[in-house]
Design a protein around this ligand. Structure first.
Ligand SMILES: *[C@@H]1O[C@H](CO)[C@@H](O)[C@H](O)[C@H]1NC(C)=O
Ligand SMILES: *[C@@H]1O[C@H](CO)[C@@H](O)[C@H](O)[C@H]1NC(C)=O
Ligand SMILES: *[C@@H]1O[C@H](CO)[C@@H](O)[C@H](O)[C@H]1NC(C)=O
Ligand SMILES: *[C@@H]1O[C@H](CO)[C@@H](O)[C@H](O)[C@H]1NC(C)=O
Ligand SMILES: *[C@@H]1O[C@H](CO)[C@@H](O)[C@H](O)[C@H]1NC(C)=O
Length: 391
């Protein structure tokens, strides 16, 4: 009896994917949820706080602002960023020599605000993050260390944390700097070459990371690669490519290189879709294994990157049915209406790191989070693209 009641309530709260083109659209409901609950406000326990998770949410709000021109989204971004940027153009809660690529993710929003408001403080803060890249430690091949505490390691996540900002900053402030565009291209090539999954049934999927010194506990002794393909890491990677392509000059050789990496990777992603759920496994290298599950943030990222890639002509239209179908399945599975008028977002794994063993048991042991911005943000981005493609 109790069981029946619970199932009924959940079913009633489920959002119907078939209505995604009616107002209010899910991109708007997602963005309104961030504003309503004051998520991604640049603070933690009342103190200034730099985190890439807020940077991801700000990018999502920026996209919904462009679709709706509702100033509430830019107001929320500005208010939140002002909690970490000083009037002199510095950043609170930032330690450049910790050399964490994650912090650089907020940089795109600083450029955005500088372009929008003309205020120099945002450029000052963006330049500070850009200066980190000048001295950030690199492995012998020239790849950025993921963090000072992870020597010689490149993680796919880092490509999203740095590259769109690096390309955006170059395009806006130093557009003739070909060396920077070469460097950005090289970061993708290094990860693409060194994170190859050798299972031929999974061509195109990349391992989470590699250690060029082959000494990390998880590193393959011969190749340095980590053992598994983690959905969110690959998700960051493909988002990084479609966003970098907005800034890379078409005449630069990197443009064709990145397009080709995107095509190969997306072919692997499309092939890996689970035919029952229409979505993707957390540990993509071990589909269907006990304890593995369908994870929402990685799925949202693949949909966003694919739909944007198709819209911009980087990918063939063939993937459209898989991706729109995946989006609708994701809405059914992960989105519900909340009593405060916002939505709740489910099914996002809270973390996946190469700080430990990096093996299957590790990834499936990590807890899920509700309303995790690493999932909700990309879901909003995917919604914006879905609505452009379908509505
Ligand atoms: C910044 O990070 C470096 C490297 O981890 C550390 O040695 C230093 O103490 C940190 N500085 C501050 C102010 O926390
Ligand atoms: C161009 O980019 C390279 C690589 O990031 C950097 O070392 C150099 O200082 C940049 N030049 C200018 C003028 O910003
Ligand atoms: C290789 O990939 C296939 C398809 O994803 C999978 O079913 C199989 O378990 C993989 N093999 C190994 C050894 O991981
Ligand atoms: C999913 O379905 C497609 C089309 O029917 C098929 O080619 C593919 O092998 C299936 N994938 C899996 C993992 O079963
Ligand atoms: C979403 O997650 C929360 C917290 O984990 C859980 O209580 C709730 O039942 C889930 N909702 C749906 C619709 O799955």
């Amino acid at each position: 009896m109790m069981q029946t009641t619970i199932i009924f309530l959940l079913a009633a709260a489920t959002v119907n994917a078939a209505s995604q083109c009616t107002s209010p659209r899910l991109s708007v409901q997602g963005a309104d949820t961030i504003v309503l609950r004051d998520y991604a406000n640049g603070l933690r326990d009342g103190a200034p706080f730099i985190t890439y998770e807020h940077g991801v949410a700000w990018r999502a709000l920026e996209m919904v602002y462009h679709a709706t021109r509702d100033e509430a989204y830019v107001d929320h971004i500005t208010k939140s960023v002002n909690n970490i940027v000083t009037e002199e153009g510095g950043l609170l809660d930032y330690n450049l020599t910790y050399y964490t690529l994650d912090d650089v993710r907020i940089g795109e929003t600083l450029i955005y605000l500088n372009k929008n408001t003309g205020e120099a403080k945002y450029k000052g803060a963006a330049d500070l993050l850009r200066s980190q890249l000048q001295t950030n430690p690199r492995n012998p091949e020239g790849g950025f260390w993921h963090r000072s505490t992870y020597p010689n390691q490149m993680w796919l996540d880092g490509l999203y944390m740095v590259s769109p900002f690096y390309a955006h900053h170059t395009a806006v402030y130093v557009p003739k700097n070909i060396t920077a565009f070469d460097d950005i291209t090289k970061q993708f090539e290094l990860t693409h070459t060194n994170c190859v999954n050798h299972n031929v049934s999974q061509t195109g999927l990349l391992k989470h990371g590699y250690d060029s010194s082959h000494v990390a506990v998880w590193a393959d002794a011969a190749t340095g690669e980590s053992p598994e393909c983690w959905d969110r890491a690959l998700g960051w990677y493909v988002i990084a490519i479609v966003d970098v392509l907005d800034y890379l000059p078409k005449s630069h050789p990197g443009f064709a290189i990145l397009k080709s990496i995107l095509a190969e990777t997306m072919a692997g992603i499309v092939k890996a879709v689970d035919n029952d759920s229409k979505l993707w496994w957390l540990v993509m290298s071990q589909p269907g294994r006990a304890k593995n599950y369908i994870e929402s943030s990685g799925s949202a990222m693949f949909i966003y990157a694919a739909l944007k890639g198709i819209r911009n002509g980087y990918l063939a239209e063939d993937y459209l049915p898989t991706m729109t179908c995946a989006y609708e399945a994701l809405v059914e599975k992960s989105v519900s209406e909340a009593s405060d008028g916002g939505i709740n977002w489910n099914g996002t794994v809270s973390v996946g790191s190469l700080s430990g063993t990096g093996d299957f048991d590790y990834y499936v042991s990590v807890a899920l989070n509700q309303n995790d911005l690493k999932g909700l943000g990309p879901f909003i981005m995917a919604s914006v693209e879905y609505e452009k493609a379908v509505c």
